[in-house]
Ligand binder design. Structure first.
Ligand code: FMN
Length: 164
């Protein structure tokens, strides 16, 4: 799938088939994440792939709007070492994961991490050192739904030429 097609057709997917994702595909998705741009090329990230049902259920219990993580095939926790641009760096990696997953036929949904009160208990659960920030949780799985495009602001409304 070419990049523009993946960008246009991607949707957040929260319902999944009971079907595992092959390890090689998960590896390619994380490979895409580690190639994202970062400030000063710091690459402050670590990616925790959680497949075990028990652990996903515990994460889902904590993540207020991420209950569907329990039904996903996998959950990726994107962590960045606390640094000036950790949020931008981790967000770039997160978007690469969403797009790479989609290009491999795998649905995903970005679940908020940073600033959420459940960051600390999730980090404890996953054995993450204290100087790492949870940027996002990403539920991954083969889609069992085909959501329509969410309302998006029109190009003409958001595009400014030369001046605001
Ligand atoms: C920073 C961020 C946090 C999000 N957190 C959640 C979340 O906790 N739960 C959820 O179901 N979706 C979450 N989303 C997904 C958005 O709801 C979704 O991207 C938006 O509704 C647009 O839909 P689309 O991704 O299909 O274009 C989050 C997205 C972003 C960028």
């Amino acid at each position: 799938m070419d990049t523009q097609k993946a960008l246009i057709s991607r949707r957040s997917i929260c319902r999944y088939k009971d079907q595992p994702i092959p390890e090689s595909i998960i590896e390619q998705i994380i490979d895409a994440a580690r190639l994202a741009p970062t400030a000063n090329n710091q690459q402050p990230w670590e990616f925790i792939v959680v497949i075990e049902q028990d652990m996903r259920e515990k994460i889902a219990e904590l993540a207020t709007y991420g209950k569907f993580i329990a039904q996903a095939a996998a959950c990726v926790a994107v962590y960045c070492k606390d640094s000036k641009y950790y949020l931008e760096d981790g967000s770039a990696a997160t978007q690469n994961i969403l797009l790479s997953a989609w290009a491999h036929g795998v649905g995903s949904c970005w679940v908020a991490g940073d600033k959420k009160p459940y960051c600390q208990p999730i980090s404890q659960l996953l054995g993450v050192p204290e100087d790492y920030k949870l940027v996002s949780l990403i539920a991954l799985g083969y889609a069992a739904e085909s959501p329509k495009l969410h309302h998006k602001r029109a190009l003409a409304e958001v595009l400014h030429l030369e001046k605001f």
